[in-house]
Unconditional design. Sequence first.
Length: 183
Amino acid sequence: MASELRVDRIVPTTGVPTGGGGGIIQVKQTVRTDTYSITCNAHTTASSDAIQVQITPTRSDSKVLILVSLHGSSAYMGNVCCGSWQGFLMKNGSILVQGDASSNRQRMTMRTGDSDSNQVEEPLNFNYLDSPATTSAVTYGVRFHNSDNGSKVMYLNRSSNDSDSVTTTTRTVSTITAMEVSG
């Protein structure tokens, strides 16, 4: 009969060098294959996450690497016009990280480029290394934000047009991954 040795961490006899660590302890992932949409009024953030993942760190000194890979689009209400879409990386319902304040410019975590087609999804990718300093469950998510002056519908895994066409319209997949990394 074979036996297994499982440990949370192995440290060299000479100790871990400053900034050392980096071993992956656990990985959690949410894969969203269905479509999602939410209407946001002008200059507002959605009240719920479009996608989220939960992880419970095994050590309080661990870091958590968040990998976001989304596909989506946006459309102004009553208009098939499309444009960029953006959002915030959230941690337990609060904004985790965003750009610096600069005059009237909007602070955001992530944003796509502008698209002139209402039949394609734009990719939105973002990575962030968090230091949660806890062994309690942590929920990371992405919330859409409408930075425009009118109401806007934000879509995940579909285009704003969403015509039933085999040549121009697709269904895509979005993921959010949380990896506990040893400190």
